[in-house]
Design a protein around this ligand. Structure first.
Ligand SMILES: [Zn+2]
Length: 395
């Protein structure tokens, strides 16, 4: 016969058994709730968040990534553009000027940041050498296209340039076309800005860069209309990070800026890459009054008589400064001319002004750091000797 103790143990075991189904149901319910929550998180915060087509109305609200925008010095005394944008492991390169030998400065600089050798996006704004030469490079320095694997290349729908020279050889533009073809042969996708804004042939108007950031190609009429000024063919791009906007317009001139402002609902911009190296004919009020820029970065060799010996036409011009001064005193310039001679033949040398300008955007805000110094243009020696800050300007 079972003892009292044994009977008690059996009764308790029976009780435990009765409890088990309840525990089992509780465990199953808990796992189900977890799975549903994980699925919802993935759908709303991972699948939908960064894709503008699934989430129209802009980039995701959650912005965690750091963004850096680099305006490069180009290793010679000429004005030209090369802008590297980096967020996470994604890089966007806009232009590679100013001459073919600039590849010697540009490629090693990019390699410091683009450690996987892949430039996810490349934009060539227009066919002038000070924007495309270093895509080609020299016999001793490989160009950007040869040095990096490119994901998607977006360039100008129109040009007035010829692919051949008068003597039948390949022009610089022709060499760019050849290097681009080789890159496409190696797997890069190539679209014109017009294909992007129209969403044709697989091109998209907006590309998600991840971490709440995206780039949008903006329409302007010279994507499909002839201009006698090559600069007006420039590809324009708006970069978005959460609520912050950054605008890049290549060398777009007044007519192009007017069309850009007319065709788009342009937002206030944290940063504007100053139009056409700070010339008189770009960064016009039709554009500035809409984007009301907080920071303006100019890619030029300040004071160089490259295009003119008229001091008023030399970059960065007084007229551009007078227009920008209404909105900000934060103007930065990459390089500075030295040993300037106007007569009988213009000549000059160069050194750094701010140097490579790095704009960093984090949750704490935006900072601008020059590799040489971070002095704003109006406080530089060159400015005091050559330009004036208007009395109505931001002080
Ligand atoms: Zn240019």
């Amino acid at each position: 016969m079972a003892s009292k103790k044994q009977k008690k143990a059996a009764a308790e075991a029976e009780k435990e058994l009765k409890k088990h189904p309840k525990i089992l149901i509780a465990v199953i319910a808990f796992v189900l709730i977890l799975a549903i929550a994980a699925g919802a998180y993935w759908y709303f915060f991972i699948y939908k968040k960064d894709d503008p087509e699934k989430n129209p109305g802009g980039a995701g609200d959650i912005v965690s990534g750091e963004l850096s925008i680099h305006f490069l010095e180009l290793g010679n005394k000429y004005a030209g553009d090369c802008t590297l944008i980096k967020t996470g492991n994604t890089e966007v390169l806009i232009d590679a000027g100013s001459r073919q030998n600039s590849a010697e400065a540009i490629v090693p600089y990019i390699q410091q940041y683009c450690t996987d050798g892949v430039l996810e996006y490349v934009i060539a704004t227009h066919a002038h050498q000070d924007h495309i030469a270093a895509f080609v490079g020299t016999t001793s320095a490989k160009g950007v296209f040869e040095s990096f694997e490119c994901g998607t290349i977006i360039d100008f729908p129109r040009t007035n340039q010829s692919e051949t020279t008068g003597s039948g050889g390949r022009s610089l533009y022709g060499k760019y076309v050849d290097a681009l073809s080789a890159e496409v042969g190696a797997g890069a996708k190539h679209y014109t800005a017009l294909e992007c804004v129209n969403g044709e042939n697989g091109a998209k108007k907006s590309y998600a860069l991840g971490e709440g950031m995206e780039m949008t190609i903006l329409y302007q009429k010279f994507y499909e209309t002839k201009s006698s000024d090559e600069n007006n063919y420039s590809v324009c791009m708006l970069l978005t990070r959460g609520n912050d906007r950054f605008l890049f317009t290549g060398d777009l001139e007044k007519e192009g800026e007017e069309s850009l402002a007319e065709s788009n609902d342009l937002p206030h911009c944290k940063l504007f890459k100053g139009g056409h190296h700070g010339s008189r004919t770009s960064s016009n009020d039709v554009l500035l009054s809409e984007i009301t820029p907080e920071n303006v970065c100019i890619c030029c060799c300040a004071g160089a008589p490259e295009y003119s010996t008229d001091p008023a036409a030399i970059f960065p011009t007084q007229e551009m400064i007078d227009r920008v001064a209404r909105y900000t005193k934060n103007i930065y310039v990459t390089s500075l001319a030295t040993d300037v001679v106007y007569e009988p033949k213009a000549s000059w040398n160069y050194t750094s002004m701010n140097g490579n300008i790095v704009v960093t955007v984090t949750a704490e805000g935006l900072t601008v750091t020059g590799s040489n110094n971070s002095t704003v243009l109006k406080d530089t020696e060159w400015f005091r000797a050559n330009r004036t800050w208007p009395s109505y300007g931001v002080q």
